[in-house]
Design a protein around this ligand. Sequence first.
Ligand code: TNX
Length: 468
Amino acid sequence: MSDRTQRLGDVIPRPASVRPVPAASFAIIDGGTAVSAPPPLEGVAGHLGLPLAADGAIVLALDEALPAEAYRLEITATGVTLAGGSPQGVFWGVQTLRQLGRNLPGGVIEDHPRYAYRGAMLDLARHFFTPAQIKAHIDLLVQFKINHLHLHLTDDQGWRLEIPGWPRLTEVSGGPGTGVDGAGPGFLTLGDYADVVAYAADRFVTIVPEIDMPGHVNAVHVAYPELTADGQPVAPRTDAEVGYSSLVAGREETYTFVETVLKTVAGLTPGPYLHIGGDECLSTPPEDYRTFLERVLPIPGRFGKSVIGWHEIAGVDLPEDAVVQYWRIEATDDAVARAAAAGRRVIVSPADRTYLDMKYDADTPLGLDWAGHLSVERAYDWDPAERLPGVGEDAILGVEAPLWSETLRSVDDMRYLTFPRLPAVAEVAWSPRDGRDWPSFRERLAAFGPRWTADGISFHRSPEIDWH
Ligand code: TNX
C-alpha cells in the first residue's frame, strides 16, 4: 500500500456516504498503533495486521442498529472507530481502512451494499487452479467487498472435485491431459475443498459450487461410458467447443449419479446455494431438457439448498427459491422476465458487461471475443436494474463477474483479465447508483497501479486509466 495521504472517499467500491473532515487525520505507526476488539471481532481484527490491545487507538465494535453488511468508520486525530452490523460488516470496513493506507484522512464513512450477492466466478474445469491459488484469489477479491465465489467445477474438458463412489471422475477427468489443450490438470480432494470453503468463510465469502448439467458433461462420459446413451467409450476433449454433450434424461442411472454428486456437494457446502448449470444444452432435445430439469431442480432443496442455474432454466417450472443467472448479451429475455415476475431472484452477469474472459480490446493477448470487447469503462458504466426489461431492482439478488478459463494458463493470466475490471463490477454491485460515475472511478482506480505492481499482481494497464 502506498503511504500517500489520500482523500477519504478514495476507495473502491465507492462508499454510500463520505463526510471528510480535512483538518483531522490519523497516522498508523508500525509497532505503535494497536487494535482493540471484543472477542467476536478478534478474527476480523487480525486482517488489519496490527497487534491487539485493550486500549488500542483503533476500536472495532458491533452495532446492532446497522444492517449485517453495513459499517460506520470514523477517523479523528486521536484514533479510529469502526462499527459494523455484524463481523462481516466490520470486515468490509477493514477493507476500506486498508485501502486508505497508513495516513488515514479524517471524517466519517457510512457504507452498506446495494446488492446482497456480489460475485466472482472462476472456471476450474477448462484450467485448474490449486487451493493455494484460489485462496490468493479470494484475498484479492475481498478487498473489493466481493462476498461470493462461484466455482465452475465441471465441464467437457475436466472434472475437478472428488466424488466418493465415482473415483474415475477425478482419476481420469481430473488427471494428466485434461483442461483446454490438455494444459490444466488437477482436482480438489474433499479435504482441499473443505479447506477452501473454510478459508473463504474466514473472509466472509460464500463458495457457490457449480456442477454443470445436463450439457457440458463430456468429462463424465469419458470417466463413465455407462452414462452415455449407447454405453460406448467417449474420447476426451481438450478443445473449447460447447453444446455437444448431454446426460441422458430417460435413464434412471443418470439420476442416481446426479443425486450422489449433489448430495456430496451439499454436504461440503455451508452456503445456501448449489448451482446446477443448465446452460448451452444444444444437443439435448428440448423435451429431454425439461424432463431432466424437472427431476433435478428440486434436488438441492432436499439437501437444504437453493438451486441456481444459468438463465436457460427459466423456461422450466422453477422452485420458489430458485435463482436464475442471466449471462447472454441480448437486450431482453422473456423467460427471465417471467421468472422475475413470478418472484424468482436473478443474478445479473451479462457477458458484454461482466465476462472477465472477454478481451479488453483487439490487442489483448488472452481471452475470447464472442460477446465483443469489454473495456474497463464498459464493465463500469451500466446499471443492473436497467439491463433487462422486467428485471428491476427488487428481482435482483446481485451481480457476478465470471472468468472462464479456456485461454488461461497461469495465475498471471487469471489476474491480467481480472484486474482492473473486477473492481469495476464490484463497484456496480456495491455502490448506490447515483453515487457512481466513470471519471471518479477511473481516478480512484489509478491509485491501484503502484500497489498491484509492488505486490507483484499482474494487471492490464488499460490506456483508459492514467495510472499513477
Ligand atoms: C459460454 S456463459 C459458456 C461457457 C464458456 C463461455 C466463454 C455460459 C453459461 N456458458 O461454457 O466458457 O461462454 O465465454
